[in-house]
Structures are given as C-alpha cells and as structure tokens.
Design a binder for this molecule. Sequence first.
Ligand code: NDP
Length: 389
Amino acid sequence: MFHLLLAARSGPARLLALPAYLPGLEELWSPWALLLLFIWLGLQVALYLLPARKVAEGLELKDKSRLRYPINGFQALVLTALLMGLGVSVGLPLGALPGMLLPLAFATTLTSFIFSLLLYAKALVAPASALAPGGNSGNSMYDFFLGRELNPRLGSFDFKYFCELRPGLIGWVCINLALLMQEAELRGSPSLAMWLVNGFQLLYVGDALWYEESVLTTMDIIHDGFGFMLVFGDLAWVPFTYSLQAQFLLYHPQPLGLPMALLICLLKAIGYYIFRGANSQKNTFRKNPSDPSVAGLETIPTATGRQLLVSGWWGMVRHPNYLGDLIMALAWSLPCGLSHLLPYFYVLYFTALLVHREARDEQQCLQKYGRAWQEYCKRVPYRIIPYVY
Ligand code: NDP
C-alpha cells in the first residue's frame, strides 16, 4: 500500500520498480492525521447509530440465533456528502487532503493493528459458538490475521458490519473528491479522466450502500472472522489503494478525448449491467424463489432444500457477478491511458482476489451441496469468463 502511494506521486510512477526514496518517520507520523482519522471514524459511528429505514436480520448462526443490522449505509453516504458540501462552502480545505495521504495511511495502519489486537483479546473470552470456522486454529498469529470471532459486537454495535461498508468505502470516494478538487486548484478544472474515475467509483460505492442488505449473505459476514485481514482491508487498503487511479491522475494528467471517454462509459455500463443483474437475480431468488422476476428460471434442487439457479445470469458462468466487477475494474483504469502499468494495479490485484475467492466459494459450495454442486459445474462449466476460465 505504501509502495503504491509513493509510486503514484513519483515522476516515473512505476509499479514494478523499487521506490526512489523511503519516507522517514517524520513524513509518516502526524498526530493531526491520527486526529483526523478518529474524527472520521467518530462521524461514521454517529451516522451508523442514527435511526435506520430498516433493520435486517442476518443468516442463522451456529446457536440458531440471528443478529440484527441497521440498513442506513446509503443515508450515511448522503449525510456525509451534505456535511462535506457544507464544510467546503465554509472553507474546509478538502484539497489539502491529498497532501496528507501518507500520514493518514500510516495512522490507519497503526490503528488497524491495535484494533485487531483488541479484537483478538476480546475473542479469547468469547464462547466457542461465536468463533469463526477458519480463525480458530490455535496458532495465534494465524488467528490474529484471519480473525477469531465471527461477529464481534459491543452491545448492538457490530464492528465487522460497520467496517465493511462505511469508513473505508465512503472514505475512498471522499479521497477521490479531494483529489478532483486539488486537480481543479492546480490546473483550473478537473480533467475528463478525473471526472470519469470519480463518477464510476462513486456509482460503485453508492450501489454497495444502496444494496447494503446483500452484504449480510457474503462470505465476509457469514464465514470470515474479523481479524487483521478484514480490519486492515476495510479501513486502510480500500480507501488508499482503490483511489490509486485518481491519485495517479493528479500527478500524471492524461489526455482523454470524447470518443474514447464514451467507449469507456459503455464498457463501465456493460460491466455494471452484468454485476447488478447477477447480484440482484441471486439475492431476489434467495429471498423469494417465487418472485415473478426469477420464478421462470431453471434450477437444480439440493439436499439442503435450497435450489441452485442454472439459467439466467447464473447459467452463463458460475460467478457472473465477478465478471461484471472485473469489466468495471478495467473501465476505472482505462481513463488513465496506456502509458503506465500503475493505474492497472487494481485490475491485476482484483483478478487475483476474485480467482482466489471463487475457488474458496466453490470449495464451500461443494461441501454444502455435494452432488448437486457437481451437477451445476457440469451444466455450467466456466467459472468467471465464458469459454475462457
Ligand atoms: P457471491 O455473491 O458470488 O455469492 C456466492 C454464493 O452465492 C455461494 O456461496 C452460494 O451461496 C450462492 N450461489 C452460488 N451459485 C449459485 C447459483 N447458481 N444459484 C444460487 N445461488 C448460488 O459472493 P461474494 O461475497 O464473493 O461477492 C459479492 C459481490 O461482491 C460480488 O459482486 C463481488 O464481485 C463483490 N466483491 C467485491 C470486492 C471488492 O473489493 N471490490 C471484494 C469481494 C467481493 P448460497 O447457496 O448459500 O446462497
């Protein structure tokens, strides 16, 4: 993460070269950055605690109970945007944020370490039924990393659910916006490439928060413990590396003509269409298989009583949502031109993440559904890209 932050602001901006210099501690550590981080986390906690339009129930846990989660993430995004707008109108220097990214990333990393240690300590006294299946190996380093407790909470405040979609995701688009404002200050107006990157990623974050409830059935919530991997990923990795394209564009402006911009928008639209179509189809089917939009789809019965979709998006490949996500990832990088590999880091990293995630999910589905899953794999032989993979 620090390599990417340093590379983006360096002249050559090379992904695969060692950084030209290593920053000293005085460049990394700033009490103001830590204070800003805590104000940010405090604001997001306050917005989480506001009354929600809906309270959703999670999947059944080992002890047969179900946790309840407030669905007010989109509201938190809108209120944050309003507060930002108000702040900027009374002189909040948002354009100064890019200059603080390094110490902010350092403060967030440090906070993630300490927070994960506290979570690990808390998990030592948690009942066995509260532990995550993978983070309970007895090897303390491994459990610290993967997360020992599945759903650590303080009262009704759920740490994992809070961190998954709020401070990091909303922080990511705020950093993007700050980079756009700084570009406008430097060059008179934001570039077309910067507008596209900001717009595309805002759509992604807005979508994740609008469909917040669907996070309750993801692997992160139902399977993975809350340890350093997710804490650091949610709080530090997402905002500081997912904003890499906008960081790159601030220091390395790229010309982008209208016809190319339109083609990139088309690619983003195709990616989003597949991503949203596939995710909504499965979520609707899991919630209510007789919903008219999914009732006509072909299915395979399983011994668990649940069914597997074998037509529609889920009949094309076994993870159509990953395909849409990858196409969108490419559309976020293309506005940065083809002169550097650095802005394509996200596409490379995300491909590796999704291939690994897909393999983990297949393993779990095979365990869950046995022969029905094998039958599904026979009927839908490709994993993510039709006729390729
Ligand atoms: P998925 O939404 O792909 O869910 C996988 C689950 O769906 C399986 O475990 C199974 O669960 C169910 N399923 C699989 N096949 C079928 C079928 N044919 N019919 C019905 N149900 C099926 O999981 P993820 O959590 O990995 O992804 C959610 C979204 O988040 C994706 O769009 C992904 O791209 C995105 N994502 C983005 C990341 C980022 O950093 N930008 C990181 C990770 C994910 P069951 O049968 O129990 O319902």
